[in-house]
Structure formats: structure tokens, C-alpha cells
Design a protein around this ligand. Sequence first.
Ligand SMILES: Nc1ncnc2c1ncn2[C@@H]1O[C@H](COP(=O)(O)OP(=O)(O)OP(=O)(O)O)[C@@H](O)[C@H]1O
Ligand SMILES: [Mg+2]
Ligand SMILES: [Mg+2]
Length: 508
Amino acid sequence: MATTTPSPTRSATTRTTRTTRTTTRTYNDAIDALNSLQTPYAAIEARRRAGIRPDATSVREMRAYLARIGYTPRDLDRLNIVHVAGTKGKGSTCAFVDSVLSRYQRRGGSPRRVGLFTSPHLIAVRERIRINSAPISEELFAKYFFDVWDRLEANADVAADDAAPGSKPIYARYLTLMSFHVFLSEGVDAAVYETGIGGEYDATNVVEHPVASGISTLGIDHVFVLGDTVDKIAWHKAGIMKPGSPAFTVEQVPRAAEVLKARAAEKGVGLRVLDIDPRLAAVKIRPDATFQKKNATLAVALAETALRRLDPSFSPDPDALPREFVDGLEQVVWRGRCEVKVEDHVIWHVDGAHTVDSLKMAARWFVGECAGRAGGGPRVLIFNQQGRAEAVDFLDGLCNTVKDTGRGFEHVIFCTNVTYAATGYKRDFVNHQHNPADIEKMTQQRVFADRWKKLDPSANVMLIPTIEEAINAARGLASGEHKVQALITGSLHLVGGALGILESADAL
Ligand SMILES: Nc1ncnc2c1ncn2[C@@H]1O[C@H](COP(=O)(O)OP(=O)(O)OP(=O)(O)O)[C@@H](O)[C@H]1O
Ligand SMILES: [Mg+2]
Ligand SMILES: [Mg+2]
């Protein structure tokens, strides 16, 4: 083991170096070094102002980094990758596929080991890289993190035309690169990959021969990077379809469907558009909602395709899903999505939705849960979405979906993503991409509050600095026999911080 923590070298994509020098290489050292690879707020703003959008250089750069750590894209074929893009439902679809494959894995035979790569993380960075459904340990994370670090430095000049010599990939790309090293080193033979942003130019798109590609529900998100219309967004997502690999999607809005079809034809890919799988009628999908059945439908097709590749004797039954599929779908664990946690005085509804459409979905789910209960104490919303000005427009659908039931939120709390009142952020949540002054002054939360007061003048709107204090404020609203019915939503950072507090521990 080396005795010094490396400090990040200067690079085209890394602008500030914040790594603290220590003499060990622990998980915390790895997270500090990783955090130093975040593009700082000022640089993001400069790019935005200059209108710089991602292009093919990002995938070329990933190939260069892959070479520096000792792999070729061909090596990735050993991972038998299922690749998923989409605006919403990527993570859920990937979790379903992983859960099904893990059931086959546990039975023995094929696959021998299942990898899952998802983003963002909810509670700890290491949950983005899982083996047999479990986040890799802190020790393993630190080991592979610094392996990659050292290899990048030792081969700093390899493929110098495609990635600046001595540079390191930015945060999400580093984790993508590291996941390949983890999975290849640990003998994973089936891996499920969620794209980060988009598809065509996403770091995961260095994969050339996926076993199957899946495109989940498309809608509007990340407009600065991907474009402001659903057809532009669909173009990016369609970039994960590869000649020679089957591709699947679900019913989409017409403009998105057209683009997917056209790009599939261009690439010579047979794209199948799936209706909700009738075999799911016998499966308890949670939540019992159309969007989740679409995710499950896509997952079934992807898992069947992967299993057929891994085990030539596997043949899907058109009439019923095998036990492993049913168990995998029913018992999947995908935290922070449609979770209910019951305390003495509060029923918490926790969902990481953070787009216009998914927030409406989350609101409908909340209303449905509340409707199932007699009486019901005050309705409380805890909301945040940091650093995205357009997030104020997320509020209309959320407010109206609940209000349309005849009863809106009586109390609405806007807080920042700062976890704790006393100690600030957990290391895994440090985010240099936000303007610290905005968090300090609660600039964004004030805009949210003003909008909500217009949407629902009868609501009691509060601004509270941290997640911890927001949770305590909601608890303080309980009175009498009826429990507070609280919805926490708007951001996975918020939801991850909240789960950590509600479970008074690392909820992983
Ligand atoms: N198919 C869908 N259509 C609309 N909303 C969805 C769909 N699937 C999930 N959601 C909503 O979006 C939230 C996030 O789901 P999930 O983590 O699967 O999405 P994702 O595509 O991975 O999102 P992210 O952009 O955070 O990576 C869920 O909690 C749910 O409210
Ligand atoms: Mg997203
Ligand atoms: Mg996700």
C-alpha cells in the first residue's frame, strides 16, 4: 500500500485541487480525492455562458482513460452489459434487472457475479457500484479508487490526443471508469449500466457491444446539456443503441418515439417498443402505477435478453414469468423512491422525483397513500432542488396535483441540501457545483416560497436552512391523535440526507 495520498494533477477538466494530503488511503481519502474532481460552480457557469455543450470528445476521452488504466473497449464485452438510458425510470429499471439477475446468480450457474452501476447516489458514493446487489465495501472502494488513480498517473501520456496528459476524468466519469475496473477485476459477467446524462456522449457510452440497450420513459430534463425539446433529448438517449445489440423501449410521447425509430433505422438496430407485459398481471409491482409497470416491462425484456446470452438453455415462457423474475421484481430494493416510513407522530413519504413529470407522479402516489388512511393529520411538504433555476416550475404540478384532491399541503417547508444543523454536509454529499452564496442566503428557496404562496395562498410556507431542522419542524406539527402526513421530495440529495436522519445512521 502506498503511503501518500496523491494530489490531483492539473487537467483540462479538473480546475481546482482540494485533496487533503493524508498518509493513508481510506474510503474518506478516496471521497475527498473524488470530490476534487467535481467541476466547480464557476467553471460550470462559464461553460453555460459560452454555450459549450458535450460532444463526441467525452467518449474519446473515456477511451483514452480506459487505455491508461489498462483496458480496451473490447475488454468490456466480458461484462455482458445491459445499458439503460431515459429521462425517468433508468435507475428503477436497472434495479429490477439487477434484482432478477441476482436471483439467477444465487441459484448458481449463470451469471456468476452481477454488477450494477447507477447514479446519482442516495446515501453514500459507493452505492453507485454494486456487486450481487450490495454496494462495494469501503475498503474495496478505496482500493480500486486509488488503483485507477495510480494507473492514470503512471500512464499519463497514453492517448495524449484524446485526453490531456496527466489529467483525470471528472467526477461521474471517474466513477464510470472505476466501475469497469471493479467489475473486470471482481469477475463480474453480467453488468447493468445506467447512463449519467443523455446517452450519445455519456461516459458509459464507451461500451460498444452491450447485450441489450433499454430506453425508459423520455421527458424534459437537463435541457442545458441535452436540448429543450423531447426530440432533441430522444436523439441523445438513442445514442446507446448499437448495431448487433437488441434495443427496447416503452411507449413514448409521439415526437420521442419518432426520433428513436429513426435513429434505430439509421443504425440498423431492431428497436422493439413494448406494451406493458401481460405477464406482470401476476406480479405485485410497487408502487402499483403505470410508470412502474413500464419500468418493469423494460426490465423483463432486458433481463431475458441477458439471460439468453449467458445461458443458451434459457428460454422465456410467453405465458408466465419464472419464479426468479417474480421474486426479483417483487422484492427489489430501490431506496428513496416511493418509500413510506412510519414514526409515532409522522408518516413520511419519501421520493426522489426531480422533474416536472416525475413530481406529478410522486404527488399522485402521496395522495393515493393518504387516501387509504382514515382521518389524517396535517399534510406537510419538505422540498428542495438545488442549483437549477428551472426547478421553480416543478412546483405547479406538485401543488395542483395535491390541491385537486380537495385538500392541499397545509405546511410547506423549503430547505437547502445541507444535511445537519451543526456539522453541515456528510462527505459523500459535498457538492462544489452549487453556488455557496445561494445556499447561505437560501436564494433558491425564497423563489420557491414566493411561487408556492401564489399557487396556494392558504398554505403556511416556511424557509428552514437544513434537512435536519426541516424534519424536526415537521415532527413539531403533530398534535392530537392524527399523524402528520409528510412528503419529502424534489431531490435525491434531499431524500438521501433525510433517510440518513430518519434512520439516525448510515442508511445503506
Ligand atoms: N417511467 C417513469 N416515468 C415517470 N416517472 C418515473 C418513472 N420511473 C420512475 N419515476 C419517478 O422518478 C423517480 C426517480 O426514478 P429513477 O431513480 O428510476 O429515475 P432515474 O431515471 O434513474 O432518475 P435520475 O435522473 O435521478 O438518475 C421515482 O422516484 C419516480 O417518482
Ligand atoms: Mg436525471
Ligand atoms: Mg438514476
